[in-house]
Design a binder for this molecule. Sequence first.
Ligand code: FAD
Length: 389
Amino acid sequence: MTSFDPGAEHAAIREGVAQVCKAFPGAYWRELDSRRAYPEAFVTALTEAGYLSAMIPEAYGGSGLNLSAAAAILEEIHRNGCNAAACHAQMYTMGTVLRHGSAEQKRHYLPRIADGSLRLQAFGVTEPTSGSDTLALGATATREGDEYIIQGQKIWTSRAEHSDLMLLLARTTPRDKVEKRTDGLSVFLIDLRRLVGQGVTIKPIRTMMNHATTEVFFDAARIPASSLIGEEGKGFRYILSGMNAERILIAAECIGDAKWFLARASDYARERIVFGRPIGANQGVQFPLAKAYAHMLAAEAIVHRAAALYDAGLDPGIEANTAKMLAADASWEAGEACLQTHGGFGFAEEYDIERKFRETRLYQVAPISTNLILCFLAERALGLPKSYG
Ligand SMILES: Cc1cc2nc3c(=O)[nH]c(=O)nc-3n(C[C@H](O)[C@H](O)[C@H](O)COP(=O)(O)OP(=O)(O)OC[C@H]3O[C@@H](n4cnc5c(N)ncnc54)[C@H](O)[C@@H]3O)c2cc1C
C-alpha cells in the first residue's frame, strides 16, 4: 500500500521500528490482552532502541527529533499490529518539561528518562466529576513551607502503576479567586515511587481493552515544592500546548491502525474463496475497504500537516484537533470494514482483529472526545458561539 510521506528521512526510522515490532507478534499481544497485563518487554525494547527518547534533546541523551519523527515512530508501531498506548505518553508529556521545566529539573530527569532508568508515562488530568471540563478540576495543591500538599482524585490515569513519574495538573488557587478563568492550575512532576502508600493510592480499572488505566487517590500527599513546573497558576497553558502534540501523535497511531486493518482485510479478501472466487472480487467487499482507504489517506495528509505546523513553532490547534478526529474516524471505519470482510473469523481472538477493533475504538473518546473537537472547531474555525465551558 503506498501513501504520501513528506518526511523521506523517516524511512530509516520506520524500518527500525518495524524491526523492533517483528519480535512482538499477535500472539504476544493476545496473551497480554487476556491477562490485561502491561507489555513490559515491548516497552523495554523500544526504550533500548532509543525510540521513546526521540523527542529528548541530544544534550540530555535523547535523539532530538521533532514531532513528525515521533509521529512516524508511533504510526509504524500500530501499522505493525503493536500498540503504543503502553508508552506513548512519554513523548507528549515531555514537551511540558522541555519547554517549561527549570534547568535543574531537565538536568535531573531528562537523561534518566532517555536511558530508561525513569519512566514518565503517567499524565494526571482527568477527574471523575470534571470530565472534559478540565478547568473545573478539583484536586488541590496547597503550599506549606517547602512542600505542596495534594488532595483529590484523578481518573483514567493510564500507566500510573508502570510509571516512576507523573505529570499532575492540580489547582493552586481557588476558581473564584482567579482573574482569568485559565489561571490557578499548576503542573507538577511528581515521583510516584516515593508517594505510593504515603498519601497516594492507585487502583486499576479493568476496561474493554488492555490499557493499564487507573484511578489515583491523593490524601494529603506531600511533594517537594521543587516539583512545580514553571510558574504557579500557569499550568493550564503549559498543558494545552502539550495537548496539540498529544492529539497529533494519537492521530498518527490511528493512521497506523487503519493501515494495519486495510492490509489485513485486503490480504484476506484476496485469499478467501466463497462461491468459487475470492470474496475481494465482489464490489460489496471492495467498496467499504476502498472508501476506508480514501478516508485514511485524507486523514494522513492532515496529520502530516498538523505535525509540520507544530514543528515550525506555530499553533496547530485547529489542524491537531481535525487530524485527531479524522484519523480516529478513519481507523474506526477501517476496523469495521476489516471485521466485516473477515466474516465470522473476525470475531476469533487468534485473528487479532477483534482486539485491534476494541483498541482503536478508544480514540473516539480519549484523549478528547469527538464532540469536544467539533465544539472547538465550531468556535475557533467558524466563529460560532462557544458551546462548552
Ligand atoms: C482508557 C482511557 C484512558 C485514558 N487515559 C487518560 C490519561 O492517561 N490521563 C488523563 O488525564 N485522562 C485519560 N483519559 C480520560 C479521557 O481523556 C476522557 O475520558 C475524555 O476526555 C472524555 O472525558 P469523560 O470521560 O469525563 O467524558 P465526559 O466529559 O463526561 O463526556 C461524556 C460524553 O458527553 C459528551 N459531552 C460532554 N460535554 C459536551 C458538550 N459540551 N457538548 C457536546 N458533547 C459533550 C462527550 O463528548 C462524551 O461523549 C482516558 C480515558 C480512557 C477511557
